[in-house]
Structures are given as structure tokens and as C-alpha cells.
Design a protein around this ligand. Sequence first.
Ligand code: KQY
Length: 367
Amino acid sequence: MQTLNTTPKADGFWMPGEFEPHAGCWMLWPERPDVWRNGGKPAQRAYAQVAMAIAEFEPVTMGVSATQYEHARHMLPESIRIVEISYDDAWLRDVGPTMVINAQGEVRGVDWYFNAWGGLHSGQYFPWDKDELVAQKLLEMERFDRYRAPLILEGGSIHVDGEGTLLVTEQCLLHPNRNPKLRQADIEAYLKDYLNVEVVIWLGEGVHNDETNGHVDNLCCFIRPGEVALTWTDDERDPQHEISMDAYQRLLAAVDAKGRKLAIHKIHQPDPMFITDKEARGIDIMPTSSLRNASKPLAGSYINFYIANGGIIAPQFNDHRDQKALETLRVLFPQHKIVGIPLARDILLGGGNIHCITQQIPLGKNS
Ligand code: KQY
């Protein structure tokens, strides 16, 4: 593994769509008690449910700490590879590399800078130095060459169509707690260089109350080139209505890198959710992590699914809209098996969902 001084664009590499073939998927095992209730046990069951669901479609690697190795080995089937790695929390989408591929099928990784979703003053915890090294370690283990991108960015804040178009939100990418010295044009130029896209579609805000400052992966995603899924609510009194309506208008007006207008599929969000008293009492309070109090609103969205090889792994919230969301996904992905994750609330309690805890490795000749 070498760190390259060039950019993916200069070398002819680009980020493929998540719906393109994968060599596998990486995740990290949750355990920190100031994020995950009851010492992480319910979250571990939820992560195991996700890992086992994905493993039906493609190889899964789970990164675990030394102290959790034997427990995770007991919880996960042998078909799931477990490797020891250090990390601060379990969001591989955000701390892992963004993989890029070229026309010869070679795979490399982009390693972004990470500041725990906002740094010392508005980030989620301190320190995050172990998270910062996860992408580099993963690339080394997988023997992929690495680009070091000069930008604070998390993988959950970008979605591509693999054909030159990128979706992001202004709320997240232009937030002063990420890259305050860069102007929008500078950020867009870096995105074009490191993801090799030609068109950046800037949506406004992300999902209401999303603690990532509005990651796009909770709001909107490409389901294939030319088509996006968008979280939605018909309730005009819900602040999400204006946010989703604004995103809808921007998507309607957009033209992708191939000159197409986008087909937009709405998926109605679940009812508002909050951390319960009982759940909050199971979370340790630490001065170095953000508070997860009772009544804290949760940014639940069905858009936060993972596209595996032939499978869609989607959150379920024990909500009256769960079935409808799965049915919509069945229509949108007729060639895929749709798998609901009943324990997804326990991932949401940590501030994200299935897409946030997974990272696909594209299928290439060196992956
Ligand atoms: O949404 C994500 N990509 C991750 C959410 C992490 C929140 C930290 N508590």
C-alpha cells in the first residue's frame, strides 16, 4: 500500500455507485457505553443482524477491538471475517475510506480527514484519533493504494451515481465545523478531483435533527443512474416537510452529468421518534461525548439502507410505515431481495443507521 500524491481524477479513478458490484462490505463493532445503551449489548445485536443480513449477499469483514474479539466471534457466524482494529466508535461509512475504481478494474481508496462530525465544540466525542486512522489501516489490510484528500468529510455526506454525478447537502459540507477556511467552490473542486465527478447536486438541509449536520445518506440516495429516493413527509406541520420539499424542487431542477433529468421516488418517513427514559438511563454520561438524553429526537429515515450484491438491507422501526417502505423498495429494486432489520432502532439511538455503519468495497481485479 502506498500513499499517492496525485488525485483519483488525474489517475482516471472514480467512485462507483453503491448499486454496482461489490467485493464485500466492512463494518465496525459497537461498544462505547456513552453512545450505546446498556454497554452496547442491544447495538451489538442490531449490528450482528445487519452483518448477517449482508453476508447472505457478499463477504463481510467486522473490525473489533481486542477486548471485544472473543465476544464478537461468539455473536457472529464464521462466514463473517473478524479483524482486530482500534477505533473510537462504530461508523465505518464515515471513518472508512471512499473506494474508487478505474477502467482496468483497479481499486484504490480515498482517506478523508475526520473530526467526529464537528470537532471539539460541536462534534460527537473527543478524542477521535483512532477513528482518524481507520481508513488508512483498512486500506493497508486490503492492500489498496491510498489518496489523502485535503478535506474534512464523512462518507455518509456523499452519494454518487457512478456516472459523474454527486449528491451532497449544503448544511453538512458548508458547515463551519468542517472546513471553515474553504469556500463552496473550493469544496466542489476537491470533490471533483477526489470522486471524479462532473456535476455536484447541492441539496439544502439534511433530515431534521440529524446529529451529523445533515448527511445526505439519511435524506436522499441514488438507486441507479438517473433515479433517486428521497425521504418524505406529507405532514406540513413537520419541519421535515419543508426540507424534503426543498430537496424535491432542487432535484426536479437538476440535470445529471449525462444530461438526464432525475426520476424522484419518495419514501415516507416513520413517525417522529425520541430516546425514551429507559433507553437514556442505559447510556453512560461522559464529559467528552455529546449528551444522549431522554426525549432527544431521533432522525429516523428509511433512506439509510445498504445496497448489497442482490440485496437491500433496510431499517425497520416498529412503525406503521415499515411495511410500506419495504414494499416501495421492492418496486424500486425488482432484482434485489429486500431484507428489513427489525433492530434498527438500536442503531438509530447512536445517531445513524444501516448505511452509516457499512462501507462497500467495489469489485475489482485487486479486491
Ligand atoms: O449518519 C452517520 N453517517 C453516522 C452518524 C454518527 C453519529 C455519531 N453519534
